[in-house]
Design a protein around this ligand. Sequence first.
Ligand SMILES: Cc1cc2nc3c(=O)[nH]c(=O)nc-3n(C[C@H](O)[C@H](O)[C@H](O)COP(=O)(O)OP(=O)(O)OC[C@H]3O[C@@H](n4cnc5c(N)ncnc54)[C@H](O)[C@@H]3O)c2cc1C
Length: 653
Amino acid sequence: MEPRIGVYVCHCGSNIAGTVDTEEVVRFAQGLEGVVVARDYKFMCSDPGQELIKKDIKELGLNRIVVASCSPTMHEPTFRRVCQEAGVNPYLFEMANIREHCSWVTEDKEEATDKAKALVSAAVKRVYYHQPLETREVSINPNTLVVGGGIAGIQAALKIADSGHKVYLVERTPSIGGHMAQLDKTFPTLDCSACILTPKMTQVGSHPYIELLTYSEVGEVSGYIGNFKVKIRKKARYVDEDKCTGCGLCQTKCPWKVDSEFEVGLGQRKAIYTPFPQAVPNIPVIDKEHCAYFLTGKCRACEKFCEAKAIDFEQEDKVIEVEVGSIILTTGFNLFDPTPIYSYGYKRLDNVITSLEFERMVNSSGPTEGNIVLKDGSAPRSIGIIHCVGSRDEKYHEYCSRVCCMHSMKFAHLVREHLPQTEVYEFYIDIRSFGKGYEEFYNRVLKEGTVFLRGRPAEITDVAETHEEEGKLVVQFEDTLVGRQRRLPVDMVILSCALEPQPDVDAVARLFNISRSADGFFLERHPKLDPVATMTDGIFIAGCCQGPKDIPDTVAQASAAAAEVLAMISKGKVEIEAATAVVDERICSGCQVCRLVCPYNAIDFDAEKGACRVNEALCKACGACIAACFSHAVSLSHYTNEQIVAEMEGALA
Ligand SMILES: Cc1cc2nc3c(=O)[nH]c(=O)nc-3n(C[C@H](O)[C@H](O)[C@H](O)COP(=O)(O)OP(=O)(O)OC[C@H]3O[C@@H](n4cnc5c(N)ncnc54)[C@H](O)[C@@H]3O)c2cc1C
């Protein structure tokens, strides 16, 4: 059929029209071969803009459409749908990005207009050679995998399971709860963290639709949206989960003590342990690295005293295989270790502690039973809290960790609550109290007498220069409000450390085939309009693995991810991209190089035919296999040589 092309140039308000002469681009497009109509409009993505295209398709018999507007990431699906609704195959459409590639990268009107014309010409030439393609549908397995059992994972799992769908919740530590389980009270409402978290943890532990896999990690992921296959390694607990009653006698009788990870080194645990009293499941694990029996072959005290006969030294790691339709990653954050900031003296000077250490210290179920104490057991009479440690710092993390201002002010309040006579100094750069009720909390802390000093401290030292400084930590800083250097002696310093990506974030990103943003956290598909989806269909992210955030935002994101999954489940099927790689079996030499380079594991080898075959549901049309194929046996539908050469010729014309 003779191509009849319609070209539509979008102003995007002044985003494009402020720099590109859109009328000139339209005049130019009208002269291109095959173009029946060319128009410009304020917002092509708006309803009237879409209607304009539909009307022209019907009245002028258009059979190919070019829209010159923004990035296809955003609106290609919109305009493909418009074509389909008007009876044109959605693949007979092409988009020219004259915003990000053109108006946003220069202020020179002439240059911008020339480039817009070149991009439109390229798109028109290309669409000429487009072929209609058929999208396919795959069914959705209604089971979901949630990875990470912090508040984000707990919330997402409960939302989905409460709707009657099965969830596998994988947590790598012996209990769910994440960082929230370590917190004392939570800003701005000051409700006790455990009081709001524990009921949710218990719900997860007993939910008929949640299979809880703690002390476990995902080892392998294959498949595609709606049909993932996941291998989970369940580490040996050396305790039979069916027999254990959670009485805790084994922990009491175990003679070996080591630093507790949960108490961030401020307290100890036994070699057989549950991380904290409210752990879910309430089943201990034996830490093989520190258990006397595993190290020396002697002891077995836990076994002797266990009435339920639950100790099993012969237990081995198990690999469980599950099939799920969608995956939600909620793997959270890691607290920045301030040791590299030598001048702050962490681990070098007594009484310099991190934010998480303070959370445990002030917690009544923590190692000091809620007493804020110095190394010698006495109560501090003055405390300095330093904001932005490792955050907003070019040397470490340039981003703002979002929760530190607020939890630093929470600490000030908690100090005044426990030790009303103690002076509290907050060293800040700017105060970021952005959330609901946060500014009120800031004012409350100010009224309580907390002293705010503007300036990032340069050094903490224990070298006294005056009698007043003797036996104290001295914070040296530039008070930027009065413009002079100052020294402030205090008894304790709390470092409000950055929230950073987990140490294994790269490996996890590769395992699930998702991207990371410049700050290292997992990257969302679109920061505003698709904040919990990833570039890999069927895989979602929520909570601090996407970036630092407080509990309200974490819970909101987790609920959003659950809603995305439930929408997919209720639809029952999903459309997959029609543009994929295709192997010509007659030419394929069977060398399988394409399989090595495919990042999506989308290529199988058919031994009988001696040729490779593309799994269309997995293929993302990245083209890596085509570049690698020595025999030129692979091609990409919608990216044929003919189409690409025409596009280049169009751009150069
Ligand atoms: C000192 C401090 C005080 C804070 N105080 C407050 C406050 O008062 N109010 C407030 O709103 N917010 C506060 N926050 C922020 C709050 O801690 C976070 O918003 C919340 O913990 C984020 O939850 P999450 O589930 O995203 O991540 P996390 O709590 O980090 O949970 C992630 C979970 O995933 C698990 N995991 C990680 N990787 C894997 C893997 N590969 N496989 C399986 N499991 C994995 C981890 O073991 C963990 O259980 C504070 C933060 C800090 C550091």
